[in-house]
Design a protein around this ligand. Structure first.
Ligand SMILES: CC(C)(COP(=O)(O)OP(=O)(O)OC[C@H]1O[C@@H](n2cnc3c(N)ncnc32)[C@H](O)[C@@H]1OP(=O)(O)O)[C@@H](O)C(=O)NCCC(=O)NCCS
Length: 232
């Protein structure tokens, strides 16, 4: 799909080298309201909102200092696009084991044995999954004792859907559930293990990085049942 722009207009606005590929990529980017272009590269290098970073604007041939207004306009269009994507997602309270393992696999986590996965989903205190056009694209769940201790686990958004506000929506639903279920005089101790580099994401929802002045580092271990039938 081509937008009614010409390469000349773009270059007067501060774009450089509007060779066919660059122009087409930018056109597609705007036309699809920031949905998809270079999605894989930003997912891989951990960046998000690719069109709002200087690096990716350069990748599109953009000369940042020359056209701040156009930059701001494109950013607005793209932000609107991301917001639109986030609102097009449906949130459901259960998914299949296949979808659960599919999400885990997509972010490089081990797939779980079927019965264990099934039990985990079923026994979650709270479970939420994000669905786009019948495809499960994200999930988060809370496990715990149903009383004081809650643990937020399996917060996952498919790489190609990351950066669209879905992770935020999933976390808000988890925290919202906990807040709504508290009664007078009660409190929750909410825990999670952040993957490396994800701490700032969780800080947005009120979590404190450990160790800190009051709390030691969290500790974990994994216990396996090996092929020879031994626990280790
Ligand atoms: C972590 C994860 C769930 C975030 O989901 P997402 O849909 O990409 O996040 P969102 O788009 O909703 O981002 C929400 C906010 O968090 C911020 N954010 C997201 N990832 C971030 C990161 N790695 N570092 C800092 N901030 C981050 C965003 O900037 C955004 O901020 P804003 O609301 O001020 O704009 C997703 O990256 C993911 O699934 N990663 C792989 C699995 C994983 O590591 N999960 C966490 C396990 S503990």
């Amino acid at each position: 799909m081509r937008l009614p722009f010409t390469a000349g207009v773009w270059s007067k606005c501060g774009f450089r080298e509007w060779h066919r590929g660059g122009f087409r990529r930018a056109t597609v980017a705007v036309a699809r309201v920031g949905v998809d272009i270079d999605v894989h590269s930003y997912a891989q290098n951990g960046e998000r909102r690719p069109y709002t970073t200087w690096r990716s604007r350069y990748a599109l041939g953009f000369k940042p200092p020359m056209c701040p207004l156009l930059t701001a306009a494109i950013r607005l269009i793209i932000r609107a696009g991301f917001d639109k994507i986030a609102t097009m997602i449906n949130y459901v309270d259960q998914i299949s084991v296949e979808d659960y393992n599919g999400l885990r696999k997509a972010v490089g986590w081990a797939e779980l044995e079927r019965k264990q996965a099934e039990t985990g989903i079923k026994n979650s205190v709270f479970f939420v999954a994000a669905v786009s056009e019948d495809r499960t694209v994200g999930m988060a769940r809370i496990v715990g004792d149903g009383g004081y201790i809650a643990y937020i686990a399996d917060v996952i958004v498919l790489p190609e859907f990351q950066g669209n506000g879905i992770g935020k929506a999933l976390m808000q639903k988890c925290i919202g559930f906990l807040k709504e279920s508290l009664q007078e005089g009660q409190q929750y101790f909410v825990n999670l293990v952040a993957s490396p580099g994800k701490e700032p994401f969780y800080e947005k929802f009120g979590f404190n990085v450990r160790p800190n002045e009051k709390e030691g580092a969290g500790m974990t271990q994994r216990i396996y049942f090996d092929a020879a039938g031994r626990n280790r």
